[in-house]
Design a protein around this ligand. Structure first.
Ligand code: ZN
Length: 196
């Protein structure tokens, strides 16, 4: 079966700022959305040689359903399998708050040093409807918290919007370089449409 490539939507598209609705029991339409998400992630990667598409949330395709996909192996770009989590919920976060770099397919060019808790307990459903509870830490915890934020209309930039030293972009060699906060970030209506 071939899946048509849906475009990944980017800021300031208002669909990125909506709260998504529950999937309930997964059916064929759920499976179709997941296939579209995987196809769009892998297509994006083809045009971004320095980056790996680690995860995606359905709102990034303009579909406001509580579905996320996570790459099974983020160390190996050749492994293109993903796991889908439906109606994921953060039950608890724990551990220290640490900062690390995050990027987002829906926030072109920018990266951020984002504070997040080190550990999380998450409840979700798999595609067969089975409920799972998982304990995650490190980069996987960060990735899942980032994707679950999307389902609530929250982007990583919201966590750092007042932090002058938290924004970066990739140079042509794939190295992160600081972005000038006052000219590029502060009062940027494309990034922060709700700011007065
Ligand atoms: Zn994202």
């Amino acid at each position: 079966m071939s899946t048509k490539i849906k475009p990944i939507i980017t800021t300031p598209d208002p669909r990125l700022r909506q709260k998504s609705t529950k999937v309930g029991f997964p059916d064929d339409s759920t499976k179709k959305i997941i296939n579209e998400m995987i196809a769009a992630s892998l297509d994006w990667e083809k045009s971004h040689p320095h980056e790996l598409s680690a995860a995606m949330a359905a709102p990034q395709l303009g579909i406001n359903k509580r579905i996320i996909i996570v790459r099974d192996d983020t160390d190996n770009k050749k492994n293109s399998s993903f796991t889908a989590l439906l109606d994921p919920e953060v039950i608890k976060t724990d551990g220290k708050i640490t900062k690390d770099y995050e990027g987002c397919l829906s926030v072109p060019f920018l990266y951020g040093l984002v504070p997040r808790p080190e550990k999380a307990r998450i409840k979700a459903k798999l595609l067969d409807g089975r409920e799972v509870r998982i304990k995650v830490d490190g980069m996987l915890a960060r990735t899942l918290l980032h994707e679950i934020d999307h389902l609530n209309g929250i982007l990583f930039i919201d966590h750092i919007k007042d932090d002058k030293d938290a924004f970066f972009e990739l140079d042509e060699d794939g190295e992160l370089q600081p972005v000038d906060y006052d000219t590029r970030i502060k009062d940027n209506k494309e990034l922060f449409p709700d700011e007065a």
